[in-house]
Ligand binder design. Sequence first.
Ligand code: CA
Length: 229
Amino acid sequence: MADKILVIEDEALVRDLVVLNLKHAGYEVVSESTFAGGATGLAQPGLSLAIVDVMLPGGEGFQLVRDARDAGVRFPMMMLTARSEVNAKVRGLDCGADDYLTKPFDVAELLARVRSLLRRAAGSVAAAPKALDLSGGFSIRFDTGRAMTTEGEVTLSDKELKLMELFSHNVDRVLSRADILEEVWGMDAFPTDRTIDNFIVRLRRLFEANPETPVHLITVRGRGYLFRP
Ligand code: CA
């Protein structure tokens, strides 16, 4: 099911740009353009994330985020701030926002931040599973690194474990190679896309009864990989 994102922004051009790009990326998107509308919008069920402008008709986005946190809202919230709004970062984080982006922003960066926030949220909710069971009798224990595979019981490498753990937090969600690089290898190492493909080939040999027609680690052409246990 697509994540539902609320966009609260009064500038129509910015709002349309964000909404269209999020929809194009496959999210369900709802939007509001005022402080009061935003307050109502944040209270609706089923939201996965909110993007909140600072200067809104009727009040400040900081207050919306603070009120939502006080009301028990746990999903990630990202502030949109104008460059002139000094200390916006500090104020945003103080009031309970998880991230902020300065206008004008790059759409690709906005989408990357959204993906990252959603992944982190999914990860914290799932709270690091101890084990992962896959159909076909395969399984992985994340605490010991031992796995039941086509080659019998083997010990996975740290990177293989991290990659499978990332997949296990993102069932049925496409992960781009860039997402995987960032989450598994971090920003300080620069393996190539080919490195990831090689890991996938290896993991398919271990966890797919028929690696040529994978049912767990599925290639989504032009986008990345999708995991189904
Ligand atoms: Ca505004």
